[in-house]
Design a protein around this ligand. Structure first.
Ligand SMILES: [Zn+2]
Length: 357
């Protein structure tokens, strides 16, 4: 009984102490809870009041300058990225974004208007858009720019088809390039005609001149060897009675010039600078129509861009004979004779031979 009573007492005491502690805790907790609830309510009330009058937005700065407010930053960033990657037009190669865009989170009065559209436009205006376009190059020079690769190829194919049987042809190709702006060719037929019409005229003229084409004749090696071994004195004369030197032998902006250009009207007679044998009479690429002559001692003379050739391969020519007429065939910008003097195949300055004596 004693033992039991003692035990009970201890137990009671223990429970009592426990209860007491628990009671203190509950008190403390209820105070904290009250404060917290009050605070939450107060903050909520404050937030509620603020959100009634204010809203959360992003203030946007473009290149440090205030551009307006937006409500959805993620959406704006997504739209800007899409624009930079793809542009909003056909053939966009890439877009270069030149602005720095900063976002500041802030509260503004609820009735403040957001300006997504204006900000997007401002960003776009500060971008450089590069387009993929297709140029048609004629003889290495850009002539037309097209938006469509197919249209550019159509021009090239049409020109090649039309010049198929021409003596004088042009090289045409499509080149892709990236530009910010260009003047586009829209009428394919007009473009083709712009190239073909003058080319057709030139070719018609060549045919009308009844020119001799590359001769099948050749000069025998014996004749050439005999000429080469004949070391008689040579005295080269002017190929034209009159004429103006327009380009000298040597380096020019366009490259090395292996001859002397003397300009005169189309049809002006070209005289052989020295006596010799004609070794070539015909068309030769950028030389156009050309006469080549072999002279004594390993010398040669060339007379290029002729409008008409008057002698044939193997003809023996005396100095001063008219061998061709001045023209502008081959790569030439106007009527002139391109005179070359060669010694054992090497070009020399013709002016020193023909004019400076
Ligand atoms: Zn020349």
């Amino acid at each position: 009984m004693n033992m039991l009573s003692k035990k009970n007492t201890i137990n009671k005491k223990g429970v009592g102490i426990l209860l007491k502690v628990s009671g203190r805790n509950r008190l403390a907790m209820s105070v904290v809870a009250k404060v917290m609830i009050t605070s939450v309510l107060a903050v909520s009330a404050l937030v509620a009041i603020m959100l009634t009058n204010y809203k959360i937005v992003y203030k946007v700065h473009i290149n440090g300058e205030e551009a307006g407010y937006i409500t959805n930053k993620e959406l704006m960033e997504k739209e800007i990225n899409k624009y930079v990657l793809e542009g909003d037009a056909d053939n966009v190669a890439y877009v270069q974004l030149n602005s720095t865009i900063d976002y500041d989170l802030m509260l503004v009065k609820r009735d403040t208007a957001s300006s997504e559209k204006e900000i997007f436009e401002a960003m776009k205006n500060d971008c450089e858009v590069f387009y993929r376009v297709y140029a048609v190059n004629v003889s290495g020079e850009e002539k037309f720019v097209l938006f469509s690769q197919d249209d550019a190829q159509k021009i090239v194919d049409d020109i090649n088809d039309k010049q198929k049987n021409f003596t004088k042809k042009v090289e045409v190709e499509v080149k892709e390039k990236v530009v910010q702006e260009a003047e586009f060719t829209t009428d394919l037929q007009v473009a083709v005609n712009e190239i073909i019409t003058p080319l057709q005229k030139e070719n018609d003229e060549l045919v009308a001149m009844n020119l001799r084409y590359a001769s099948t004749k050749t000069v025998s090696q014996e004749v050439l060897q005999a000429l080469k071994e004949n070391l008689q004195d040579l005295d080269f004369g002017k190929p034209l009675d009159d004429g103006i030197i327009t380009s000298r032998y040597g380096w020019r902006s366009s490259g090395y010039h292996y001859g002397l250009d003397i300009a005169a009207a189309t049809g002006t007679p070209i005289h052989a600078s020295e006596s010799g044998v004609v070794t070539y009479s015909g068309w030769s690429g950028s030389y156009g129509y050309i006469i080549k002559m072999a002279h004594c001692g390993g010398y040669e003379t060339y007379y290029a861009h002729c409008s008409k050739l008057l002698v044939d391969v193997g003809d023996e020519i005396t100095k001063g004979d008219t061998i061709a007429l001045v023209g502008s065939t081959g790569r030439s910008t106007g009527p002139h004779v391109h005179l070359e003097v060669r010694y054992n195949g090497q070009t020399l300055d013709p002016e020193a031979f023909v004019y400076d004596k």
